[in-house]
Design a protein around this ligand. Structure first.
Ligand code: HEM
Length: 344
């Protein structure tokens, strides 16, 4: 019989590895904890509590009081996460057949090393603004890399059948919208880092108004940074609601897209509330640091939605091709599993 070669199930090469995925998830969660612990250093004004690096004047365990506790605590948690990341990279190198996913492990390990060096230089050079913002920006990229590894090693990513979702027909398409959303949130986080590291957090003492007006006179650079962050919040809000609305309207039946879209709306409301709480509490440590962490969670959730949109909507578009392949001669290149293996 010359006919059809039925689509093959994914071979062991593409198999779900529960232990690897759980470990990747643990690394991503530990990185979230590190974002919070790192945020505490600036929120408590402890960045220069230990002016030497990597040790405190040669001591591994100085007296852990006041700012030293936050600064050295941050270094210890960072070292632990760094070690976990290197182990993950090695594990992926040994066990992961997809080159793209192995590369993610290498990038994450490189990012954590670069992040340590940036953090060290930030301390040694007495907190230059460009380094402090780069340290904050790279922290988010590192977090996103680890979240991506956890996502692409998950059972849902590797084994779930293509959902019966129509290819994305709307304009702009959901894949473009979600990608733009990730970029807009990341830009807003960088402006947040500028606000934070220039001490512009309370440059405008009230919220939602600014000096009692909708648009205050921009008298200083700090007021400009603070207003830029508020305008950025409005842009993020518009972009996020547009994106989540498009996802829910067009693909609301696909749980893997619906859930992160709904979570994004909840996280956005929480993030704006925390931003307001920073002003209302005069930069109390808990809301200020939680705002840093939840900004990272917002970014990571948008990234998960963007990656899943690319996988599921592309796969949905490819599904008719797979069906056609079943009717092709055996010599024709097989679609389906091959397509799934080509994705990270
Ligand atoms: C809606 C999207 C928002 C996102 C994604 C976001 C994200 C962030 C992030 C990540 C930081 C810290 C950056 C860092 O140091 O790494 C930050 C700082 C800050 N954000 Fe937002 N933010 C948002 C909205 C708001 C709003 C509505 C306000 C209200 C005024 C606000 C007020 C602040 C303030 C005051 C700081 C500086 C905190 C400090 O002085 O330590 N943010 N933001």
């Amino acid at each position: 019989m010359t006919g059809a070669s039925p689509p093959r199930p994914p071979g062991p090469a593409a198999a779900y590895r529960p232990a690897l995925h759980r470990y990747a998830l643990a690394v991503a969660i530990a990185t979230g904890v590190l974002l919070f612990v790192g945020g505490l250093v600036t929120s408590t004004g402890s960045a220069m509590a230990v002016p030497t690096w990597p040790l405190d004047f040669g001591r591994l365990f100085p007296r852990m009081t006041g700012g030293v506790l936050f600064e050295m605590g941050h270094r210890f948690v960072a070292a632990a996460v760094g070690l976990m990341t290197v182990v993950l990279a090695v594990w992926l190198h040994v066990a992961e057949p997809r080159p793209g996913v192995r590369a993610l492990g290498v990038w994450a390990a490189a990012a954590v090393v670069a992040q340590g060096v940036l953090g060290g230089l930030t301390v040694l050079l007495r907190l230059p603004l460009a380094l402090a913002i780069s340290h904050a920006g790279l922290a988010e990229i590192f977090f996103c890399l680890n979240v991506t590894i956890a996502l692409v090693t998950s059972r849902g990513w590797m084994e779930s059948p293509v959902p019966p979702s129509a290819p994305d027909a709307g304009r702009p398409d959901v894949r473009a919208l979600t990608t733009a959303l990730v970029a807009v949130i990341y830009g807003q986080i960088l402006i947040g880092a500028l606000v934070r590291h220039t001490g512009a957090g309370l440059a405008i003492p009230d919220f939602p108004l600014a000096f009692g007006r909708l648009w205050p006179p921009i008298t200083t650079a700090l007021v400009a940074y603070q207003m830029a962050h508020r305008v950025g919040a409005a842009v993020v809000t518009a972009m996020l609601l547009w994106t989540a609305g498009a996802v829910l309207r067009r693909h609301g039946s696909v749980a893997a897209l619906r859930r992160p879209a709904l979570l994004l709306i909840v996280l956005l409301a929480w993030q704006i509330y925390l931003g307001a709480a920073i002003i209302w509490t005069r930069r109390a440590v808990v809301p200020t640091t939680t705002h840093v962490l939840s900004g990272g969670l917002l970014l990571a959730t948008a990234l998960v939605l963007a990656l899943r949109s690319r996988r599921l909507l592309a796969a949905a578009a490819a599904a008719p091709a797979a069906t056609r392949a079943a009717a092709m001669p055996a010599s024709a290149p097989a679609a389906g599993p091959a397509a799934s293996r080509a994705l990270p």
